[in-house]
Design a protein. Structure first.
Length: 341
């Protein structure tokens, strides 16, 4: 694989292209190692941190306030602005992932990064905007720019119209009829925090109605709730990309789909090895040029073509340069034709 050789160039282009587009900001939460707490994010997501969860790199514990930083990515525009590629490395092969939601979590103590101590995990129960079958957890390799399998996802979707006995949120089952109850308080940063208390007998824990997917994480980083798109739908080919003025495209190529919440990027040096298109309608192809402008394949131009007949062949794609420079995520959505919802 050659794409890691272009990482510095990719980061430089991303920083230039999105310099005026605001990325998703972290929400900060306060935590002390002597307590276990649950936290609520503004989308409705909950995450639960056990006591004595964080350590410095040398294994020692922080005795002062810890700041937990958390944010989420849900749309194709989020993926683009955050520089996330939806390729997983499974059994040595590329696989395209479709996401129902992603998050990044990290923590600091006295301005220094801390990670989860050995044997500790955080459960993140994300409120998702969509649902898919066969979802698994993935962690992002930020150096190699792909996802690795990270374990099981648990479904805690909740419908107020149906009886529901929610398992204990902290990862332990009820003990002798005793269950946990979550009381909401507000911390010094103005965030809602759930404080664990104990009551005898079963008490329904209040929780927001919706699609909730949970995973347990053992380290800080970027995580994804994904299903793998069936590779029988992937058509490999050898593409050439040029602008409508005849100039070759040397920048990164992005591929998105109307019906799949994914965004895949390819580098010029590995197009012949890795480039595939899913055999579905609504394919979006675009690039971000060095001046920050976008060049886009004409919408719908592939809908009536027989993609299967292109398998293994050389194909030329002409991208039309757009004069407008995007300043907001809405601009990016309109220019590239990708989803911001």
């Amino acid at each position: 694989m050659k794409h890691y050789l272009c990482l510095f160039l990719f980061i430089s282009l991303m920083n230039f292209s999105f310099s005026q587009i605001k990325n998703i900001q972290f929400t900060e939460y306060e935590y002390f190692n002597s307590n276990c707490n649950g936290y609520k994010y503004n989308t409705g997501t909950f995450f639960y941190v056990p006591e004595n969860a964080f350590c410095f790199d040398d294994g020692t514990s922080c005795k002062e306030k810890i700041t937990i930083k958390y944010r989420e990515f849900h749309t194709q525009v989020d993926m683009l602005v955050a520089g996330i590629n939806m390729i997983a490395k499974l059994n040595g092969k590329d696989a395209i992932l479709e996401s129902v939601g992603m998050f990044e979590i990290k923590a600091e103590c006295k301005g220094k990064p801390v990670n989860l101590c050995n044997g500790k995990s955080i459960q993140v129960r994300m409120k998702c905007n969509r649902n898919l079958p066969n979802i698994a957890a993935y962690k992002y390799d930020e150096k190699l720019n792909w996802w690795n399998y990270n374990g099981q996802v648990y479904d805690f979707s909740f419908d107020n119209k149906k009886p529901y006995e929610e398992p204990n949120r902290w990862g332990n089952g009820p003990i002798n009829g005793i269950d946990s109850v979550d009381a909401i308080r507000v911390d010094s940063m103005g965030n809602e925090v759930m404080v664990r208390s104990i009551a005898s007998g079963y008490i329904n824990n209040p929780i927001t109605e919706g699609i909730f997917k949970a995973m347990n994480v053992q380290s800080m980083g970027i995580y994804n709730y994904d299903c793998v798109i069936n590779d029988k739908d992937a058509v490999p080919m050898i593409p050439e990309f040029v602008l409508n003025n005849g100039e070759p495209v040397v920048e990164q190529i992005y591929v998105a789909y109307e019906s799949r919440n994914t965004l895949v990027n390819y580098y010029k040096d590995d197009l012949s090895e890795r480039f595939v298109l899913l055999n579905i309608k609504g394919i979006k192809i675009f690039t971000i040029l060095n001046d920050g402008s976008y060049a886009v394949l004409k919408p719908g131009s592939l809908d009536n073509l027989n993609l299967l007949a292109m398998k293994g062949t050389k194909q030329k794609f002409i991208l039309e340069k757009k004069p407008k420079l995007p300043k907001t995520k809405e601009d990016v959505s309109k220019l590239a034709g990708i989803s911001n919802r």
